[in-house]
Design a protein around this ligand. Structure first.
Ligand SMILES: *C/C=C(C)/C=C/C=C(C)/C=C/C1=C(C)CCCC1(C)C
Length: 256
């Protein structure tokens, strides 16, 4: 296990180094605020990835999948951020559609975290896992189809938003919400509630960006990128830290 995670980290570091070498021809301007936010988020993502994989071995066995998945989310986002930063520096734009490649992997991983933390302390039906996974995929696939121009932007927005609302329903009053309420594990309940708040408030940024940035066209690309970058910082890194903290609280010294 130790060897595996060291290998994973080395691969990530190598990817980071090679993609910055590729971008060597174009320099990040010192007053390029959007470009700087791409860099800051990239570094936040790699730092969190190292942290989650390093910490993984210190939490109780049942919590390791949750912490690993948190590390995968920030790791995948790190690689995408390095790429998007490169495109931004070279062309002065980063089409939102590129973000969907990241979301398609990181968002389903984040949504199954709810299942993983519930399953770490209680018996939960596997059907919950599938419902959450499928709903998150419907949300993203329709968002992509709309944003990339394959179907009516408004129709795609409505279906994607309905899928997000379905996820919220599942987390608040559906099987996941009920399983959380019934659980006697205080740390898990606190983490679940905090993560659910992120999925409600933090995630609202993305449909709002679709609505005002794309459908109505009232937001410029610079502001939109800065907003998405800051949102991702909270929605991926803080989200993972909540899970890690909960895992630590559920790990007694003897179980380490
Ligand atoms: C780290 C990236 C995250 C957490 C991205 C989340 C993205 C969403 C919650 C996107 C949701 C959308 C809608 C609810 C409707 C319009 C289409 C989307 C895909 C922007």
């Amino acid at each position: 296990m130790k060897k595996m995670s060291i290998f994973a980290l080395a691969t990530l570091a190598l990817l980071g180094v090679t993609s910055s070498a590729n971008a060597a021809t174009t320099v990040l301007a010192t007053n390029d605020f959007v470009g700087i936010t791409f860099w800051v988020v990239s570094m936040g993502m790699i730092a969190s990835t190292v942290f989650f994989f390093a910490e993984r071995g210190t939490v109780a066995q049942a919590w390791r999948p949750s912490v690993s998945v948190a590390g995968l989310v920030t790791g995948v986002a790190f690689v995408h951020y390095m790429y998007m930063r490169g495109i931004w520096v070279e062309t002065g734009e980063t089409p939102t559609v590129y973000r969907y490649i990241d979301w398609l992997i990181t968002v389903p991983l984040q949504i199954i975290e709810f299942y993983l933390i519930l399953a770490a302390v209680n018996k939960v039906p596997g059907s919950m896992f599938w419902r959450l996974l499928v709903a998150s995929l419907v949300m993203l696939v329709f968002g992509y189809l709309g944003e990339a121009g394959y179907m009516s932007a408004l129709f795609a927005f409505i279906i994607a938003t309905a899928a997000w609302i379905y996820i919220l329903f599942e987390l608040f009053s559906g099987a996941a919400g009920k399983a959380m309420k019934k659980s006697g594990n205080k740390a898990m309940k606190t983490a679940f509630a905090a993560m659910r708040m992120i999925v409600t408030v933090g995630w609202a940024i993305y449909p709002l960006g679709y609505l005002f940035g794309y459908l109505l066209g009232g937001v410029d690309a610079n502001s939109l990128n800065v907003i998405y970058n800051l949102a991702d910082f909270v929605n991926k890194i803080a989200f993972g830290l909540v899970i890690w903290h909960c895992a630590m609280l559920n790990t007694s010294v003897s179980k380490r």
